[in-house]
Structures are given as structure tokens and as C-alpha cells.
Design a protein around this ligand. Structure first.
Ligand code: HEC
Length: 172
């Protein structure tokens, strides 16, 4: 077996080396190959813009003039749309478990960054003792390695409270 393998291996190595040498010798000659006309006219001809037909005008210049009104309308429109969107979003408050599993689990399930783990009664007891309101305040502001809102800037206070109540329910 060992002898059988030796021959193909050196053969392959030989072919690879031969190809590398061939490439080394051939590639530099490719670059200097075709003669390129570098005269000024030839160069300008090559780099001239393709769209030189763009000077067909009047309607094109009227359009931008009409536009400023439109964006103003759209901006107001999207502003309203955004406001309208916020309400349903906060109305459909996510459950504590949902929020926890999306935003908090990275640290609070693993203990990353020294976070008190979900279910670690000892770690949570002194915090639970301060009350959910106090914990919520800490969670909103952040504390040491605990980032403000537990990195969930999209979470409403209520959702953070739900998440904390979920943590408490699992860690008592
Ligand atoms: C980047 C990691 C990280 C994420 C993500 C994170 N936490 Fe924390 N959290 C921590 C750490 C670390 C502490 C301990 C802070 C300390 O006491 O020094 C902590 C502490 C807390 C506390 C205890 C606060 C107190 O009163 O001492 C609560 C409540 C809390 N986190 C809630 C959350 C909630 C809710 C989320 C998700 C919305 C979340 N955390 C996401 C790292 C994180």
C-alpha cells in the first residue's frame, strides 16, 4: 500500500510544480501582449461617456421642479404611517418569555458577562427582594455589564417588566 501511494503522490507533485513553472513563465508575457493605442484621441474615444444623448430636455427639467412638493407630502404621509404603526406595536405587547428568549437569553441563560442566570435562585434572591419596580429601573438604565434595556431598544417598559416577571417566576 505504502509503495502504491508513493508513485501517484510524487507524480501529482511533479505535475503541480510543472504547472507552476509554466504559469510563472507564461503569465508575464500575457500582460505585454496586445499593442494598445495610447494616443490622446484613441484614449478619449475609449473613455468618453456612453450616454451622450442626455440633452433631450424640457420635460426632464420640469420634473425636478415638480418634485419638491411630492416628497413633502410623502414625508408627512410616512410620518403619520410611522405613528400609526407604533400604536399597534405597543398594543401587541410581547410576553415576558418571548422577550426573554429574544433579548435576554444570551446573557441570562448562560451567565455571560456575569449575568445572574435564569433559575439561579441565590443570584436572583437579593435582586428580587428589591422588587420588580426597582429591577425594572435597573434594567432600563443598565448596570455594570447589564446593558440598558438588556440591548432591546425596541422593547417597551411593559415588555421589559414582563421579561423580569418571567425571570422572577423561574428563579424563586
Ligand atoms: C449583555 C448581557 C446582558 C443582556 C443581553 C441582558 N442582561 Fe440583564 N444583566 C446582565 C448582567 C451582567 C447583570 C448583573 C449586573 C450587576 O448586578 O452588576 C444583569 C442584571 C439584570 C437584572 C438585575 C438588576 C438588578 O436589580 O440588579 C435584571 C432585572 C436584568 N438583568 C434583566 C434583563 C432583561 C429583562 C434583559 C432582556 C431584555 C436582560 N437583562 C438582558 C447582563 C445582561
Amino acid at each position: 500500500m505504502a509503495n502504491q501511494n508513493k508513485f501517484p503522490t510524487s507524480l501529482v507533485a511533479g505535475v503541480v510544480i510543472a504547472l507552476a513553472v509554466a504559469a510563472y513563465m507564461v503569465l508575464p508575457t500575457l500582460g505585454s501582449g496586445p499593442e494598445v493605442d495610447m494616443s490622446e484621441t484613441a484614449v478619449l474615444e475609449r473613455i468618453k461617456p456612453i450616454g451622450s444623448v442626455t440633452t433631450t430636455a424640457a420635460p426632464a427639467s420640469e420634473e425636478p421642479a415638480a418634485k419638491p412638493e411630492a416628497p413633502a407630502d410623502t414625508a408627512a404621509g410616512t410620518g403619520q404611517a410611522a405613528k400609526e404603526e407604533t400604536k399597534p406595536a405597543s398594543a401587541s405587547t410581547r410576553s415576558g418569555e418571548d422577550v426573554f428568549n429574544t433579548a435576554c437569553t444570551a446573557c441570562h441563560s448562560t451567565g455571560a458577562a456575569g449575568a445572574p442566570k435564569l433559575g439561579d435562585k441565590e443570584a436572583w434572591a437579593p435582586r428580587i427582594a428589591t422588587g420588580v419596580d426597582a429591577m425594572l429601573e435597573v434594567a432600563i438604565k443598565g448596570k455594570n455589564a447589564m446593558p440598558p434595556r438588556g440591548t432591546c431598544s425596541a422593547c417597551s417598559d411593559e415588555e421589559l417588566r414582563n421579561a423580569i416577571e418571567y425571570i422572577v417566576s423561574k428563579s424563586q
